[in-house]
Design a binder for this molecule. Structure first.
Ligand code: PEP
Length: 256
């Protein structure tokens, strides 16, 4: 089967206005050559208010950089004040959307059913969901990380066909490693990423499992990315803090 193309996705969270976004995208593009951008898929995930600006700079300068949003509504349109729908994101050229980030699960009480509905909504509108799963410190200390993450995976993919699942990107983000400076060891990352792929093979089929890209996220930096990417079931990284610095994120994208 074709090797999985590495994916580096920068989750800006609630940082950078549209002027700052414009600058960061231009700096990032200037720091990476065409070969690098072709080999490693490079994606930014800005706040909603930056997406139109990012579209303009990416399309205007024909940059080989993808972009997407950090969340979407499970609904396609309607009376949902404050929400943003999949068709709106698709119209702005978004090719990715983060679904089920641990910060949304924790602060916005997103449960597995809602996360699953958002995965479905993204796929319906032709946007690749980056489905986040990950355990908290309590679960990790009990050794329950694999059971926890595979259960989150099962719940979010419930009712999807193998063809749909093959479109999904999964991100393993241990909650205790997000924004804490604590990185999972490469072996910790591989343990769960490998278990997630095995679960996909069990629930769907081997070919589908081999197509799905599985990212690691949690305090990824240019200094630790190579050892994480060396793991067989890690196909990329979801990067928070370090993606706000163009040169640092470019270094991460140049990991090979
Ligand atoms: C994230 O929030 O997706 C993340 C991985 O954050 P950080 O890299 O800052 O730990």
């Amino acid at each position: 089967s074709a090797p999985r193309r590495p994916l580096m996705a920068g989750n800006w969270k609630m940082n950078l206005n549209h002027l700052e976004a414009n600058l960061l995208v231009q700096k990032l593009a200037a720091s990476l050559n065409e070969k690098q951008l072709t080999e490693v898929e490079t994606v930014v995930l800005p706040p909603f208010t930056d997406l139109r600006t990012v579209q303009t700079v990416v399309e205007g300068d024909k940059l080989l950089i993808g972009y997407g949003a950090q969340d979407l509504s499970p609904h396609a349109s309607g009376a949902y004040t404050g929400e943003i729908a999949g068709p709106m994101l698709a119209k702005l050229g978004c090719t990715y959307v983060v679904v089920g980030h641990s910060e949304r699960r924790a602060y916005h009480h997103e449960d597995d059913a809602l996360v699953g509905a958002k995965v479905q909504a993204a796929l319906t509108h032709g946007i690749t969901p980056i489905l986040c799963v990950g355990e908290g410190l309590d679960v990790r200390e009990q050794g329950g990380q694999v059971a926890h993450c595979t259960a989150q995976l099962d719940a979010a993919l419930k009712g999807l066909s193998a063809e749909q699942v093959a479109q999904v990107v999964v991100a393993y983000e241990p909650v205790w490693a997000i924004g804490t400076g604590k990185t999972a060891t490469p072996e910790d990352a591989q343990e769960v990423c490998g278990a997630l792929r095995a679960r996909l093979a069990d629930s769907f089929d081997q070919g589908t499992a081999e197509k799905v890209r599985i990212l690691y996220g949690g305090s990824v930096k240019s200094s630790n990315v190579a050892s994480i990417m060396a793991q067989p079931d890690v196909d990329g990284a979801l990067v928070g803090g370090a993606s706000l610095d163009a040169e640092e994120f470019a270094k991460i994208c140049r990991f090979p």
